[in-house]
Design a protein around this ligand. Structure first.
Ligand SMILES: Nc1ncnc2c1ncn2[C@@H]1O[C@H](COP(=O)(O)OP(=O)(O)O)[C@@H](O)[C@H]1O
Ligand SMILES: C[C@@](O)(CCOP(=O)(O)O)CC(=O)O
Length: 920
């Protein structure tokens, strides 16, 4: 042992982690409520990355590897040579691999001290050594068995007593603190020196209000340290230090490592006095983490956020599935959880552990024993899913009488969800529930035509959302239930069964019509959107309600022409329409709603085409009701059909489990966008015959795009090219004028196609000229402003765009797609020196006018009045917002059905736009 270690003075110990305190506190302040709600969005550490980036980026500028190794080397060395004072001398006190891990943990938890020790229990051992005999602890009554065992040991061997209270009731914690403080002041007991909290509790998943308990501790026992076991959440979902807590520990064996291939514990602390004390203890007792395990833990942490996202979203499905069967489920992700509000305020996700009761201990044993995929094991946080009975396993060390007193049900089953396919997990669980007799099929009520595999197990190609939705009513009842109908008919809100999505309309600035024939179009999303609300129907019908057109259609699902549907792999969408299916749907829609208007007919056929392509006929959950609303003017050239198509495609893909729902902190994934866009394009083809795909691409991806479709005569593309246009000169003001003159995109597009066929050279030349316009416009958008050109540079660019607008409109006139109403707009604006062109298919519909930066509001208003005098409607709009979006708030999804179909479009939009969406 080297001389620096022979002294066990805390201040000389090299156990604390390496970064200088100042470098860790690079992140934003911890006091803001908003910050706290979304810790994964917070930037931390000197590099200022967000959480998942920091997870994957292991870097300590003060400890660069001599060879530039990409992965932290494992320093398998007990000793390090050198004179006293060197940074490392003996691995118990400090080891470079462990130092790197501890540095990384400091970055993730935004704290100054981090310690990696041999297990989660070792953490508690180290932390409780701060206490002296006679001092007291307040802890929860729903604790992990190991924690309980150590606290009992401290009481019998160390004279440190613990008061167990229900820490999920902050008032009880406050009362206990007050009582003990009074007793201590009267000399009746020792001081409270530690308050030990855990939330959600294990295994009952009850919620403790950390901030309130920490505040109470500071009030009644200012010398006590507030300690939180954060293993259930991991630093990704919760960072208790930011809630007023002094010390946090995690069993690193769980989510941090994620693979159940090591044992570790990590302690985080930001208080210097406590940090130094812990450093002293770790060094003294020698339980610091080995270099090999430090390496493994560091590796595991890199994927913490992605693992947790996946595990958590599956846990929500499993919890909903079990709830739908009638089991009492404990999971803070469920709207019914009593502590949800507090949990949501202090953590940013419900985690991936849940528990449920069956009502019978033997039955629970039967279920646990019958699972195959769910491993029977203690612990959690692993990539593999685990099932256990806490009373027989993780909590067996607690006296049964104590367990009973703490209301820990003997039949409780704990599920720790891993990263496997959620369908396999639910199928395996269902099979175990059936085998154990916890549920059984209600064969008599399976609807005609519903296919159930001979084994009685739902086949794996069925989507989880359908599986989950249909469990209760159609197939299964809980044990002991008779065939009483309606016994389980009250279903809880299910994550994927009711959903709200939205997509924006678009404005084509240059290149409409020509884009159909391979010319580049410049288009951008607008702030007006279409919205779709989906919920299950239990009458075996599928329906579409179009309140904007005053239409509702419902079809008995069996009456649809299913014989024409070809088996398809949803992940590889067809590029062209299946004309046979299209025709068959046209016929049946025509038959069913003979008095249909052309508009609702088109929307209905497109809807059924996508429904029949994406829904599974054999699913018991095939019944669905769709309500579509648009804040966009319909049929005016602003892409209402593409926004509708994108809403239909996304809602069907999500509710039928073809796409994972985005999580609270994620946007609609690029791969999801691609699939949504492909199906939206098919719907557009149903509605418009030969669309270019620009509208649905903008509705799906959002932003501003230069879009070019493959066309052998014009370009060498094999698939549509989309170049994102980020204007180098800020936003541009546009006025959209809806002439309210109805027109039909399909007919107008076909008309231009016919002209091209009749006069390939003449129309071809027009197309070349439009291509040239789009190219110039693209250059203007993308070109950097010459240095020092300032306002002048911007003015020149806007002038350039105005010229192109005028030219493009003239060319569209020659293609025969203008209309007198559009010419009125053009003239009215030209009188004021403004450039206007039609946008979209023309023939009526909308015109777009470029507004100069300096145009006063009053002038815009007078222009608007002049235009609206003709019966037109004007919108001043921004362009380039987000694409397809999914409403994340499940309760909002449920609640909105009350007013979704009733409110005026603009009011509906303002109600929905203010809520939490995940957007492309
Ligand atoms: N909210 C809606 N309700 C019903 N149908 C709609 C809605 N939005 C769009 N549509 C469908 O889209 C068609 C309009 O498409 P289109 O003529 O291309 O004009 P736009 O430029 O608005 O997309 C309508 O005729 C109708 O079939
Ligand atoms: C005319 C066209 O270029 C745009 C159609 O726009 P809208 O349907 O009028 O919104 C056709 C297309 O690109 O598919």
């Amino acid at each position: 042992m080297t001389s620096s270690l022979s002294s066990l003075n805390a201040s000389e110990s090299s156990a604390p982690t390496s970064p200088a305190p100042s470098s860790i506190h690079g992140g934003p302040s911890s006091s803001s409520k908003v910050d706290r709600l979304r810790p994964q969005d917070r930037r931390s550490g000197p590099s200022g990355y967000r959480f998942s980036t920091t997870c994957a980026t292991v870097d300590d500028p003060n400890h660069k590897d001599q060879y530039g190794a990409s992965s932290t080397p494992i320093y398998m060395s007990a000793t390090f040579k050198g004179l006293p004072g060197a940074e490392f001398d003996y691995s118990r006190s400090g080891n470079p691999t462990r130092s790197m891990l501890q540095h990384h943990l400091c970055q993730l938890q935004n704290c100054r001290y981090s310690f990696a020790v041999s297990s989660g229990m070792a953490c508690l051992d180290v932390i409780t050594r701060v206490l002296k005999p006679g001092e007291r602890i307040i802890a929860g009554d729903d604790l992990y068995g190991g924690t309980n065992r150590l606290l009992t040991y401290l009481a019998t061997h160390g004279g440190i007593q613990t008061d167990h209270v229900d820490t999920t009731d902050a008032e009880k914690v406050e009362q206990m603190l007050q009582t003990r403080a009074t007793e201590h002041s009267l000399g009746q007991c020792g001081p409270i020196k530690m308050v030990l909290l855990e939330t959600p509790t294990n295994p009952l998943l009850k919620i403790c209000d950390l901030e309130r308990c920490a505040r109470a501790a500071k009030l009644y026992a200012p010398d006590a340290i507030v300690v939180v076991d954060n293993t259930m959440m991991s630093p990704y979902l919760m960072r208790p230090l930011e809630l007023g807590v002094d010390v946090v520990y995690d069993s690193g064996t769980k989510y941090l490592s994620g693979h159940h291939d090591l044992m570790a514990g990590v302690i985080a602390c930001d208080r210097e006095d406590v940090g130094q004390q812990i450093a002293f203890t770790v060094n003294s007792i020698g339980n610091a983490l080995t270099p090999m395990d430090s390496f493994l833990l560091l590796r595991g942490i890199k994927t913490l956020a992605v693992r947790m996202d996946r595990q958590q979203s599956t846990a929500l499905l499993v919890a909903s599935y079990l709830t739908s069967l009638g089991f009492k489920v404990n999971y803070p992700g469920l709207a019914s959880h009593p502590g949800k509000e507090i949990h949501d305020a202090q953590a940013s996700g419900p985690g991936a552990v849940l528990s449920f009761e069956t009502g019978d201990k033997e039955l629970s044993e039967g279920i646990v024993g019958a699972t195959r995929l769910w491993g029977i094991s203690v612990s959690f946080g692993c990539v593999n899913s685990l099932i256990s009975m806490p009373c027989l396993m993780s909590h067996a060390s607690i006296d049964p009488k104590v367990r009973a007193a703490r209301r820990l049900p003997e039949d409780l089953i704990r599920l720790c969800v891993g990263i496997e396919d959620s369908r396999d997990l639910i199928e395996d669980l269902e099979s175990a529930l059936l085998k154990a007799g916890a549920i059984r099929r209600r064969r008599s009520s399976i609807p005609d035509g519903t296919l159930v595999s001979p084994s009685g197990i739902i086949t794996s190609d069925q989507s989880i959302s359908k599986l989950v939705d249909g469990m209760d009513k159609n197939k299964i009842e809980t044990r002991g239930g008779d065939d009483e109908d309606g016994r389980l008919t009250k279903r809880p809100p299910l994550p994927a069964s009711s959903l709200v999505v939205s997509a924006p309309g678009k404005v084509i600035l240059f290149g409409e019509h020509a884009v159909v024939h391979g010319v580049t179009a410049i288009a951008a999303s607008v702030a007006l959107r279409c919205y779709a609300h989906v919920q299950p129907r239990d009458d075996d019908k599928v329906s579409i309600t179009l309140p904007d057109l005053g239409i509702e259609h419902a079809w008995s699902i069996d009456s649809l022409p299913w014989g024409k549907v070809k088996t398809n792999d949803v992940a590889t969408p067809a590029e062209s329409l299946d004309e046979e299916l299209h025709k068959a749907i046209e016929t049946s829609v025509g038959n069913i709603v003979a008095d249909d208007t052309a508009r609702s007919h088109a929307a209905s056929v497109a809807f059924l085409y996508l429904y029949m392509t994406l829904a599974d006929r054999s699913s018991p959950n095939r019944g669905q009701s769709f309500v579509i609303r648009s804040a966009l003017p319909i049929g005016a050239g602003l892409g209402s059909s593409a926004a509708l198509s994108t809403c239909l495609a996304s809602s069907l893909l999500y509710t039928h489990g073809h796409l994972p729902l985005p999580t609270a902190d994620s946007s609609v994934a690029p791969a999801s966008q691609t699939l949504i866009n492909a199906y939206a394009f098919l719907s557009e083809k149903v509605m418009h015959g030969n669309p270019s795909g620009v509208d649905n691409s903008v509705a799906t991806h959002g932003g501003a795009l230069a879009f070019t479709r493959p066309n052998a005569a014009r370009n060498a593309l094999v698939k549509s090219e989309m170049a994102s246009l980020k204007s180098s000169f800020g936003s541009v003001r546009f006025l959209l004028t809806d002439t309210k003159v109805p027109r039909d995109t399909k007919t107008l597009v076909a008309g231009v196609g016919a002209r091209l066929k009749a006069d390939p050279a003449g129309v071809g030349k027009t197309l070349d000229e439009i291509q040239h316009i789009s190219d110039r416009a693209k250059d203007i958008f993308l070109s950097q402003q010459p240095a020092g050109s300032g306002e002048k540079g911007r003015e020149a660019k806007l002038e350039g765009l105005s010229k192109l607008i005028v030219e493009n409109h003239e060319l569209l006139q020659t293609l025969g797609v203008s209309h007198e109403s559009l010419e009125v707009v053009r003239r009215t604006t030209a009188e004021r020196g403004l450039a206007t062109k039609l946008t979209g298919a023309g023939g009526g519909g909308c015109a777009v006018t470029l507004l100069p930066d300096e145009m006063p509001k009053a002038d815009v208003e007078s222009l608007r009045a002049a235009l609206e005098k003709n019966g037109f409607k004007c919108y001043e709009t921004e362009v380039g917002g987000g694409g397809v979006a999914v409403l994340l708030d499940q309760s909002r999804n449920e609640e909105s059905k009350e007013w979704f179909g009733k409110l005026p479009g603009s009011e509906l939009a303002s109600r929905l736009d203010g809520t939490a969406w995940s957007t492309a």
